[in-house]
Every structure is written in structure tokens, then in C-alpha cells.
Design a protein around this ligand. Structure first.
Ligand SMILES: Cc1cc2nc3c(=O)[nH]c(=O)nc-3n(C[C@H](O)[C@H](O)[C@H](O)COP(=O)(O)O)c2cc1C
Length: 302
């Protein structure tokens, strides 16, 4: 668990899989196991990291209402999942209103914002600050923490090159909102020095790591989503690489770490805890085996 001044982050964190507002994604909400997971999250006051919003509405690759775009999320052999979702969302204001409804139902949702650095650093940071203001206005005291996503492998912004932008953005958010608990979600492509610099400028926690670019897990293969950058690999095939990265990361920073990527069962959670995770996240487990995800939540967060 991660204890902060105005809130706490539970031992196990559900990342993205409960949607932009943290209240569940249709049509998963039709599944009894997924609804059980939502109930377990509410009962145990588990932390939910929302799916990424951008300041303004954004149309990515995947759009739930268009079957032609469903190919951007697909299964991989060996229990993996590949996605090039591309951050489709209705914008921060609509997401904040969703989160607000969840809060009235007892859900502990932490918003996630994606700074659109491809628009230019200044504009991206101004948009991020404007979005923070929106969350403050709409969520009031329920808005105590924010996750900044610097690690989406499916967007046009190159992860490796966004280090300086990510640092500037974090610094500006910290300066303007010193009381906000800031979580940076980083990528396996980021050097560990990025994490160290985020720590030294006052970011309170890191979430490592996001999905892993296809080419890193399968260097000999061509991604079925090559046309849109290759996509990010989640779940089983990503676990070993994420574990290795996080083992090194733990030696290099002392701020709280939410470790995740590739978690399939309790044992994987124990493995992350053993290497020094302060909290562990999962995403695709909640989509693929929600009943088991609910049991894990009840065991570790109950
Ligand atoms: C379909 C899909 C969409 C995702 N969208 C986001 C997102 O919007 N923002 C984000 O920070 N992470 C996103 N993620 C990454 C997950 O939150 C998680 O970090 C990643 O899948 C690795 O964990 P897992 O192996 O438990 O799934 C997404 C993952 C998937 C599979």
C-alpha cells in the first residue's frame, strides 16, 4: 500500500481495465465476473487507475462503435494481448464527470492524463494544466492524485524521445499543484535515469511499466499492427522483460513503485512484491479473467 497525505493507493491497483471513468467498460459490464470485480473494487476501496484522457476529445485507432477498428486489439499466442488502441477518448471534462459519478458510488478512481507532446511541448503542457483544473473543479476533494501517462507505445509520440518533455511537464504540474500526488507511468523504453529525475523533482510515485512495444518482445517478427506502429504487448509474454526492468528500477529509486505488466495470477503479484513493489497493477487479467481478478482484489486489498 502507498500512504499519502490526502489518500492511499491499495496493494493491488486495477489499471485501465475499468475504463475512462473507472466504472467499467461496455460490453464487459454484461459479464457477471466483471461485475463481481467492480463490486470487489468498491467493497475493498481498491484504487482504480482510469484509462487515459486527453484535454480534448481524441479519435485513436480503436473505436468501440466501429467494428472495422476492433482489429487494433487482438490476442497473441502464449496468452498475450496486443493493442494499438490509440487513446480514443471524449476529453478530460467528460472523463472527469464519469469519475465523479463513480466517486458517488464509492469507487476510488485516480484520473490518468496523456500529455499530447506531438502537438508541441508548450501546448501539451498547457493542455495538461487545463485538464488538471477541470478535474479540480469537477471532482473537488476526491481529486488528490493524478497519473501522467508518458508511455503509450501506440501513439505517434516516440517514447524514448519524450524524456525532456515528461520532465518539464511533471515539473510544471508539481509547481502549480504542489499538493497533488503525482504518479508518472513510464515505459520499458525509458532509461532508469528518467525515473531518477522524476523522483528528484518531486513526483511521488512511478507506475512501471506500460505495455511493451511489439518489436522488443518479438524482435524477429513483424507485428500484425505494423501499419500503426506495431502496438504494445501486455500480459504473459511481457512479464519477464517488465520484471527485469523493475528489478533494476527498484535499485535506482526509493520513491513508491506501482509495478505491473504481465500479471496473470497471485504468484506474479508475489514476485513483484518480492522485488520491492509498493503496489502491483494489472489490466488484462481483469478483462480476460475478471472472476480471478476479483478474488485477488479481495485477498490482497480486503
Ligand atoms: C486495450 C488496452 C488499452 C490500454 N489503454 C491504456 C491507456 O489508455 N492508458 C494507460 O496508461 N495504459 C493503458 N493500457 C496499459 C495498461 O494499463 C497496462 O499498463 C498494460 O496493459 C500492462 O499490464 P497488463 O499486462 O496487466 O495488461 C492499455 C492496455 C490495454 C491492453
Amino acid at each position: 500500500m502507498i500512504q499519502a497525505k490526502n489518500g492511499r493507493i491499495s496493494n493491488i491497483v486495477i489499471s485501465t481495465a475499468l475504463g475512462l471513468g473507472g466504472r467499467g467498460i461496455f460490453p464487459y459490464t454484461l459479464l457477471p465476473g466483471y461485475r463481481r470485480l467492480l463490486r470487489a473494487a468498491r467493497e475493498t476501496e481498491s484504487s482504480i487507475l482510469a484509462k487515459s484522457a486527453t484535454r480534448h476529445k481524441r479519435s485513436g485507432n480503436f473505436r468501440a462503435w466501429n467494428p472495422l477498428t476492433w482489429k487494433y486489439i487482438r490476442r497473441l499466442p502464449g496468452g498475450g494481448m496486443l493493442n494499438a488502441y490509440g487513446l480514443t477518448n471524449p476529453g478530460a471534462e467528460a472523463c472527469a464527470r464519469e469519475i465523479q459519478v463513480g466517486a458517488t458510488q464509492g469507487l476510488q478512481v485516480i484520473p490518468n492524463l496523456y500529455p499530447e507532446f506531438a502537438k508541441g511541448t508548450v501546448l501539451a503542457i498547457n493542455d495538461t494544466l487545463a485538464a488538471v483544473e477541470i478535474y479540480r473543479r469537477i471532482l473537488g476533494p476526491d481529486f488528490w492524485a493524478l497519473e501522467l501517462n508518458f508511455s503509450c507505445p501506440n501513439s505517434e509520440e516516440a517514447i524514448r524521445d519524450n524524456v525532456a518533455q515528461g520532465l518539464k511537464c511533471s515539473r510544471d504540474v508539481k509547481e502549480k499543484y504542489p499538493g497533488l500526488f503525482l504518479i508518472a507511468k513510464i515505459s520499458i523504453c525509458h532509461p532508469h535515469e528518467f525515473a531518477q529525475e522524476l523522483e528528484s523533482l518531486g513526483v511521488q510515485a512511478l507506475h512501471a511499466v506500460n505495455t511493451i512495444p511489439f518489436a522488443m518482445i518479438y524482435p524477429q517478427k513483424r507485428s500484425p499492427l505494423a501499419a500503426v506502429g506495431g502496438g504494445g504487448v501486455a500480459r504473459r509474454p511481457a512479464f519477464a522483460a517488465a520484471l527485469q526492468y523493475n528489478t533494476e528500477l527498484r535499485k535506482k529509486v526509493s520513491l513508491p513503485l506501482i509495478m505491473g505488466c504481465g500479471v496473470r495470477n497471485r504468484q506474479d503479484i508475489e514476485t513483484y512484491l518480492d522485488i520491492g513493489a509498493d503496489a502491483v497493477s494489472f489490466c488484462t487479467l481483469a478483462l480476460r479473467r475478471p472472476q480471478e481478478a476479483a478474488e485477488i482484489i479481495l485477498k490482497f486489498n480486503g
